[in-house]
Design a protein around this ligand. Sequence first.
Ligand code: NAP
Length: 302
Amino acid sequence: MLPFARVTIIGLGLIGSSITRAVRVHMPTVRLTGYDADPEVRATADRLQLCDDVADSAGAAVIDADLVILCVPVGAMASAAAEFAADLPADAIVSDVGSSKAEVLRVLTEALPNATIIPAHPVAGTERSGPEAGFASLFHKRWCIVTPGEGADPVAVERVAEFWRRLGADIEMMEPEHHDRVLAVTSHLPHLIAYTIVGTASDLEEVTQSEVIKYSAGGFRDFTRIAASDPTMWRDVFLTNKDAVLDMLQRFSEDLTALQRAIRLGKGEELFEHFTRTRAIRRGIIEQGQDDPAPDFGRSHE
Ligand code: NAP
C-alpha cells in the first residue's frame, strides 16, 4: 500500500519539482498538488505539468493533503507553514527537505503546534535552482536522513521513510542535532570553503580574471561548481546551523594552520601522509556508489 495518497509540495524549485517528477514515476496514482510563492514558478509548474493541480494559495494547496512537504529555503519555513496552518487537515503529516534540521523542527513546531511533523533531508542536489532544474532520478541511491523530534509517532516516521524509499532513496534516522553536526562538515563547510576560495581568486590583484578562468582545470573549477549554489539557500543554511558550522570551522582552521606550518618548515613527510589519508576517503565515496569513479568526475575530454 502507498504511504500517502494526496501529497502537497510547497515550493516548486529544484527539490520540490524533483519530488513531483519522482512521484509521477514511482507512485503514479498519488494525487499531487503544488504551491509556490512566486507566480512565475506556479505558471512554469502548470506548463510542465509537475502536479495535478497548482493552487493559488498555500491554504488551498493543503486542504485535503495527507502529506505536506515544505521545499522552501530554511529561512522561509516558518512563514510558509504559518500561511497554511489554519487549513491543514488534522491527520496530515508535515515534512520538509531543509538542509539544517534542529532549527527547522523548532520553527515548524512553533508555527504548527498541533501537527505531526516529521522532518527529513534528502542529501541530493545540484548547484541549479528552480522548477526546470528538477529531475525524477535525483534521489536514486542517495541518502535521505529522517530526523524526527523526541516522542515522534513511529507510524508517521515509517510512512515518511517509506515515501522516500519509493522515490529510490536509502533511509538513515538521526537526531536533528546530530544531523546538523554531520552535515556541517560534509556539506556546509565545503560550501563555505568554495565560496571563500572563489571570492579570493576573483579579488586577487596580480592574477587576472581571464587567467583564473583559463587555468581553472588545475582544481579551481571544481570549487566554482559548488560556489555557484543558490545564495538564498546557503545564506539560510549558515544562519540556521550557526553553532555546528562555527565549531567545524574552528577545527578546520586549526588543521589548515598545521598544514601551513608543515609547508613553511618543509615537512614533506607530514604533507605526504596527510594527502595519502585523504585520498582513501575519495576511494570510500566511490566504493559506496556516492560518486562517479571515472577520472575528473566523469567529464568528457573529447
Ligand atoms: P529553489 O530551487 O530556490 O526552490 C525554492 C522555491 O521555494 C522557490 O521557487 C521559492 O520562490 C519558493 N518559496 C520561497 N518562499 C516560499 C514560501 N514562503 N512559500 C512558498 N514558496 C516559497 O530551492 P531548492 O534548491 O529546491 O531548495 C529548497 C529546500 O531544499 C531548501 O530548504 C534547501 O535547504 C533544501 N535542499 C536543497 C538541496 C540542493 O542541493 N539545492 C539539497 C537538499 C535540500 P522564490 O524563488 O520566489 O523565493
